[in-house]
Design a protein around this ligand. Structure first.
Ligand SMILES: Cc1cc2nc3c(=O)[nH]c(=O)nc-3n(C[C@H](O)[C@H](O)[C@H](O)COP(=O)(O)OP(=O)(O)OC[C@H]3O[C@@H](n4cnc5c(N)ncnc54)[C@H](O)[C@@H]3O)c2cc1C
Ligand code: FES
Length: 249
């Protein structure tokens, strides 16, 4: 579910694509959720998958409900790195949510980039996010969508996201990659891109870990020597590749 939030007091709050908010419901709990839309009028969007108590309660909100927001937290997508280059977005499942403001910013920036490619996969056609926008983005960018399991209505591609990498038009020296989704998808996609000549410094990934404080105090989100809430969630792949090889880290 995508919710549009009108901050009651947003004074001094500047949010960048890739950052997340700690979203809380009094008496229920607090969870990290990426910002999936940042509008000029100050409206923010979040896209939430109901998996447990807090996310279910967020999805049960109705117009006029009040949510608590703490943030913005964490690192942003380094969009400036992509100026004058091709932007390749690789997303799996709900991982498209934190990439949506980046895609919008790239499209709004007109000729600042040499092009945009979006590779997106979901488990089934029913799990695809932002279907209308995917169609609109395809007017100005190359958009390839795949599903793990098709249904009788699906006429598109079937297979996992890393398979789409082979079809992407990639100039290794002039491309920046922004990736979010299941870790196995990100690792296989990054390896496929590196095999095609991209540097691991040209690839940025967004990581997920269980979070409590969201600001580097409690240690719950530790990933090797880093804290995902403070040093991430967006990292250069060159920093994460050795950590992603360690099982259960
Ligand atoms: C930086 C960051 C950004 C995030 N952005 C988003 C976002 O934009 N949208 C969004 O929907 N979620 C996002 N998440 C994940 C979200 O925080 C969790 O889904 C949420 O904390 C679950 O809390 P809960 O109380 O609803 O469920 P819990 O009671 O904590 O979990 C219920 C069940 O779901 C499982 N579970 C928990 N999290 C996930 C998950 N991510 N995937 C699959 N199963 C899970 C648990 O293992 C448990 O079995 C983000 C997480 C991080 C760290
Ligand atoms: S969530 Fe507390 S240190 Fe990251």
């Amino acid at each position: 579910m995508t919710l549009r939030l009108q901050p009651l007091d947003a004074s001094g709050m500047t949010i960048e694509p890739g950052q997340f908010l700690m979203v809380y419901l009094l008496g229920i709990g607090e969870v990290p959720i990426s910002v999936s839309g940042i509008d000029d009028d100050g409206t923010l969007s979040i896209t939430v998958r109901a998996v447990g108590a807090v996310s279910r309660a967020i999805c049960a909100s109705t117009p006029g409900s009040v949510l608590g927001l703490r943030g913005p937290c964490g690192t942003a997508w380094p969009i400036v790195e992509a100026r004058g280059r091709h932007v390749l977005v690789v997303a799996g499942g709900i991982g498209l949510a934190p990439l949506r403001p980046l895609i919008r910013a790239v499209l709004d920036a007109g000729g600042a980039h040499t092009g945009l490619t979006v590779l997106y996969g979901a488990r089934t056609p029913a799990d695809l996010l932002y279907r209308d926008e995917l169609t609109r983005w395809a007017e100005a960018a190359r958009v390839a969508v795949t599903v793990d399991r098709a249904d009788s209505s699906w006429r598109g591609q079937v297979g996992v996201v890393p398979k789409l990498i082979a079809t992407a038009d990639v100039d290794p020296a002039a491309t920046r990659v922004y990736m979010c989704g299941p870790e196995i998808m990100m690792r296989l996609s990054a390896e496929a891109l590196i095999a095609r000549g991209l540097s691991s410094d040209a690839i940025y990934v967004s990581m997920e870990r269980h979070m409590e404080c969201g600001v580097g105090w409690c240690g719950h989100c530790q990933l090797g020597p880093t804290l995902v809430c403070r040093d991430g969630p967006v990292y250069p792949y060159s920093r994460l590749a050795p950590l992603m090889e360690v099982r259960e880290l």
